[in-house]
Each structure stands twice: as C-alpha cells, then as structure tokens.
Design a protein around this ligand. Structure first.
Ligand code: WTA
Length: 651
C-alpha cells in the first residue's frame, strides 16, 4: 500500500519570503539548543506580561524529582493575550468564523470586539456561579463559538478548564468531572453533527447522577431542542450573559498556574489528566502556530479538529488567537451532506491554511477527486496534517488534488503532552518527504534510543524509540492529582529523557519517521485510545470473562480496534452478542471506542506467570501469524492455533 519515497520534495515556488527560510532555520535551531535560555527569554516576549519574568527555565528530568517550570516568576493573563491586547488594532477584524453543520444555515463572523464582549460576559456568569481562581470547570460542548467563549472565560478568571470531547459517553464524562473535582459543567442542549443530533444535555444529566450534587450545569441553548431542566442546578447561560456586565477584570495569573487539564489515554489504567500551564503553553502554541503555518495578517486559518482534543486547544483557539489571527470553527463533518464539504468551506471563506488528519484525507480520497476538483481552492497556501503517520499515497493525493502542487504540506508530529508541534516541516525552510514529520522545531532535542538497552543511537540512520532530551515551554507539567504517575509514565523507562511512547526511524538525512506507538495505545482515526480502557469496558459486561484489545492496520482509520473476547462459562457466542458488546462499549466510553472486529477466544495466550502475550495477539490481528516468534514460553500453545484458525482480519 505504501509508496517507497524517500526523496525530498522541493519547496513550491513563492515561499522565498516565508517567515523562516532554510538558513534561518539552521541558525535559530542551533541557537535554541546551544543557548536555550537566551532563545526562550526572547521568545517569551511574544506574550504580554503584567509582570515580566526574570527566570526563564527551571527544569529537571531526574526520575523522582521531575519538575518543569518556565517563566516561573512572570505574571500574565491568557485571555488578555488572546483578546484584549488585539483590540486597539483589530477590534473589527474577524477572530472566529463559525461554519455551522447545516450548510444552508448562516455563517457567523465574530470580531475581536464581539469576542471580548462575549468572553467578559461569560466570565461574569462563571463568577456569579461561585467559580473562583483555580476551580475546575468541565466543558462538554459542540463545536460552536460558545465553547471558545467558555474556555477563554475560564482563562480570564483563572479557572482551570477541562474540555471533554462531545463524542464521549455519560460515564466517561462523569469520570472526568469527578477526577478533576469540577464545580461546574458547561454543555449545550444538543449538538448537530452530520445532520444528526447528539443529546449533550441528557448525557450530562446522566453523568451528573454519578457526581456530587453540588456540581452545577450551565446550558447553552444552541438548537432549542427540548431538554429536562432541574431548577437550582441548571442555568441558562445565554440568558444570564445578556444580564451581566460586559466587563470582567482579568485575573493576573502566575505563568505556572494551570490553564487546563485535558484527559488522554495511556497504556494502562484510566485516562490521565494532562496539565498545561499558562505562560509556557501559550508562548509555545503561539510561536509554533506562527512559524509552522507561516501565518500573515489577513490569512484565514482552518484546523478541522474538535476543541475536545489538544489540536483544537492549540490550533483552533490559543495559537491563532494569541497571534490575532482569524480562525475557522466548523461544527460539521467532512462527508456530510457530501464529500465536498471541506472544499466548499475552504472556497467560501477563502481559507489560506488548512490543517487536518490523515484519516480524513484517506476517507475523501476514497470518494474520488471530483469532489475537490469542482471547487476553487486558489486561496490555499499551506496544508498540514496531524494525528498519525500519513501514508505516502494520501500525502501525494493531498498535494496533487488539494494543494495542486503549489502548497507545502507540514506534517506535524506532537502529542497532548507536548502542547504544540515538536517535529515538523516548515513551509519555507524544510523540504518535505511524504510520510516523514521531517525535523525538530526550535528548542526540541529529539533522540532515538535503543528500546531495550536505552542507549542513545548516534549517527544516521537509526531506529528505536523517540525520546526528548530537554524541556520546552509547552511541555505538560504533571498528571492532575498524580505526579508520581507523571514521572513513572514519562521519565522512568529511559532515565533523563522524556519518553514519547512512539517508535521512530531517523534516516540518512536526519529526517524523523514516526513508526507508531510502542506501548498499548492505539490511534484510531487520529483518536488516541488506550487498549486497557476498551478492555475494562468489555470485562464490565456480565457475559464477558476476559478481553484483550489490540490495534490492526485499517485502510481508513489508520488503526482499527481488534478485541479478543472470552465469554463466561455457559454463554454461547453469537452475532447478536457481538452487536450487544459493540453497543456496550459505545455507551461505556463513546462511539470512537467501538471495536471493529471481535473474535471469540476460548482462551488467551499467556505466559506461565499468567501475563497475556499481546505481541502474539497483535500479530494475529495483523494477519501476520507466520511471524509469531518464540511461543515456547506459553502456558497453552494450543490456544494460539485456535486463534489463528478463527482470525477475523482476512483481506
Ligand atoms: C501520533 C495529537 C505520526 C503519535 C496531536 C503521538 C503522529 C500521538 C503525528 C499523539 C504525526 C500525532 N505523525 N504520528 N504527524 N501526530 N501522531 O495526544 O503516535 O492525540 O504519540 O495528540 O499521535 O496523539 P494525541
């Protein structure tokens, strides 16, 4: 399926004047590594500080004492940096273009002045509900401007937001409300998407049954759909916003005060709350946005992610707004009403930078180029991808049909934990290779380590696990409420390094190629999923005795979810039961976690000490059972024969 292509793709014409050219990249990158403090002392100034920092960097990757602080004595307010400071020059410029799910419904252009009004009012509503500095607020919203207002309103008053993707189930929402200890949840009546509606308010009602009854619920009446209403708990936000003052003084915050918590999947246990702080995160999101997308005044930037993921945080909201940019918020999906929706929106708003996930590109590629070709895409200047490795075929299609060979493609590798882009090409500086994230961003020091010995592999080519040798301002600071887990997850295995969880190859030219996760995290349509989460959802079903979940290559999703399920004694397997388990997982976690393939497993391959041998399960799921390797340590080798015999993934 993949096209072997390691040749560099020349930078298209017209990028001679990019913000960063090849010579700048080399010079600035060297400086950012050799004089990290000097480099970031200067870069931190792209933010407005109420009280400037005198200490730039204070970081320690030593296991047991990991501590990460940037600009630690600086005082600022994130909302002021995203709104107020632009008002003297950009009050009438559009900050957010809202494109609704229904293409015939009106688009909204929200200027910086309007954004300021809404965010101040929203902030006053939060204060009126008793939300104070440091309190947590969960946001469970559709992709509508009110989601952005809510996030920025939290930032304005120093509350910590935790956005939960609207595709998550009530259970998943309840877990996040409880783990973060949120005082308040903000939601909407219903969320239209692809012509259907998700009942966010009733999901929230269901979630709140499992939370403290002190948690209040702010509701944005978005569609006007009927919902239940609990007096004293539920609050009509839009109504209150019209009643409160349009001025709310920003709270001066310390650079290291948390800005948000975002839950993400790990290889074990329940999702962890990744904590990002105010100063370093914003400086890093702002800087990567500007350079990686070569953003200029007058550009219209569109990132198709959801604000429920880190990509939405950094590149729909914080990065663009910190730069005074115009950013598109799209409520819909790429394939509804038809496969031309993305291109129709690009044409309508004259989008200049378009940033999406490989899974979307593959889905649209499958519909044929005619959906793209009928639209005028001459406004596009730069294309980007994120979320998973892009297969060269999809890269070539994106370049040819969307970019018409004129637009550099930036393949941006990064993670929820990193806050912003880490390894990526730059439009006017780094020649792309289809499928490679290319070279490190300023201040990022990647190393490839031997997975077993932990030895740093010098020289090219090299293949191993990807680690980062030094801190950068956008780095996560801790796991919410569990610093021990933070250290164990990222700093224990390879002492002195931040371990990314990704495998990686560095080629002869020093280009980085991400080969996928080396832990039990899978990447389904660019959504990160812990196999352990899906397993615990499955075993929570009364008919399931045991379950093991692995990823397998999927032509559209990148990876699909393959579940091996052992049923309780006396329960008969059936297709009906499969459907039942699929629905079960959807309600336990959300639709994105639904297994693609379920195999009934009379037993699972285990070592004599009882550990499930996932390596074998992965191979069978990949239909690559010829390469099982050593199975002599299995307690019951016959189990494997049965699994191979009845494997589900046969092309
Ligand atoms: C994968 C999304 C290859 C990787 C921003 C990483 C990528 C995980 C790329 C993080 C890319 C992300 N090329 N792989 N350009 N971007 N990944 O936390 O495995 O949702 O560890 O952050 O996605 O996913 P997360």
């Amino acid at each position: 399926m993949s096209i072997e292509n390691t040749a560099k793709h020349p930078i298209p014409a017209g990028f001679e004047d990019a913000l960063v050219n090849a010579a700048d990249y080399e010079r600035l990158y060297d400086e950012s590594i050799s004089d990290s403090e000097g480099f970031w002392a200067r870069e931190g100034k792209r933010l407005d500080w109420i009280h400037p920092y005198s200490i730039v960097k204070n970081t320690d990757f030593t296991m047991g004492q990991v501590s990460i602080k940037w600009f630690e004595d600086g005082i600022l307010n994130v909302a002021v940096n995203c709104i107020d400071r632009h008002l003297p020059t950009r009050a009438n410029q559009t900050a957010i273009i809202f494109e609704p799910d229904d293409p015939t419904a009106p688009t909204r252009h929200i200027t910086y002045a309007e954004l300021s009004d809404r965010v101040n009012r929203f902030a006053n509503v939060l204060l009126s509900q008793g939300v104070m500095r440091g309190d947590r607020v969960v946001i469970y919203m559709p992709m509508i401007p009110e989601a952005a207002y809510a996030m920025l309103a939290c930032a304005r008053i120093g509350a910590v937001h935790s956005v939960v993707f609207a595709g998550f189930s009530p259970d998943a929402l309840a877990n996040r409300i409880n783990d973060s200890g949120a005082k308040l949840v903000i939601t909407a009546d219903t969320a239209p998407r692809g012509g259907r509606r998700t009942a966010l308010k009733s999901n929230t009602d269901a979630a709140l049954l499992h939370c403290s009854d002190r948690v209040r619920c702010l509701v944005v009446k978005h569609t006007g759909d009927q919902t239940t209403w609990i007096e004293g708990r539920d609050v009509d936000v839009l109504k209150l916003m019209s009643e409160v003052s349009p001025e709310c003084p920003p709270r001066p915050m310390n650079a290291e005060d948390p800005l948000f918590i975002l839950y993400t999947s790990g290889s074990t246990g329940k999702p962890k709350g990744v904590v990002h702080t105010s100063g370093g995160y914003l400086a890093y999101a702002a800087m990567t946005f500007k350079y990686v997308f070569d953003y200029r005044d007058g550009d219209v930037f569109w990132c198709t992610a959801d604000v429920g993921w880190v990509t939405g945080h950094s590149y729909i909201l914080y990065g663009p707004l910190a730069n005074g940019a115009t950013t598109v918020m799209f409520e819909g999906v790429p394939t509804w009403p038809d496969a031309s929706r993305f291109w129709q929106v690009c044409e309508k708003h004259k989008v200049t930078q378009f940033y999406t996930a490989p899974t979307a590109i593959r889905a649209l590629m499958g519909q044929g180029p005619e959906w793209v070709d009928k639209h005028d895409l001459t406004s596009l200047r730069i294309l980007g991808t994120v979320g998973e490795p892009i297969n060269p075929e999809a890269w070539v299609w994106y370049d040819k049909h969307v970019g018409k060979g004129r637009c550099p493609i930036v393949d941006t590798w990064w993670q929820t934990e990193t806050g912003g882009h880490m390894i990526t090409s730059l439009p006017g500086a780094i020649e792309a290779k289809p499928g490679s994230a290319t070279l490190p961003f300023f201040g990022v020091k990647p190393e490839v380590l031997d997975a077993q010995t932990g030895e740093v592999l010098k020289g090219n080519p090299a293949e191993g696990v990807l680690c980062i040798a030094d801190s950068w301002p956008g780095q996560m600071r801790t796991v919410w409420g569990d610093h021990e887990r933070f250290m164990e997850t990222y700093f224990q295995q390879y002492p002195g390094y931040y371990f990314t969880g990704d495998g990686c190859r560095r080629d002869e030219d020093g280009y980085y190629w991400i080969t996928g996760r080396v832990d039990d995290v899978i990447n389904v349509s660019g959504h990160r999923m812990g196999t352990a989460e899906v397993e615990s959802a499955l075993v929570a079903h009364e008919k399931v005795a045991e379950a093991a979940v692995v990823g397998y290559p999927h032509h559209l999703k990148g990876q699909g979810i393959y579940a091996y399920v052992t049923l309780m004694n006396g329960v008969d397997p059936s297709d009906e039961l499969k459907r039942e388990l699929e629905t079960w997982v959807r309600t336990e976690i959300g639709p994105i976690a639904k297994p693609d393939l379920i195999q009934w497993a009379p037993g699972l391959p285990k070592t004599r000490s009882g550990k499930i041998m996932r390596r074998i399960l992965r191979k069978i799921a990949e239909n690559d059972y010829g390469a099982l390797g050593d199975i002599s340590t299995l307690s019951e080798p016959a189990v494997v024969e049965d699994l191979i015999e009845n494997r589900m993934n046969r092309p």
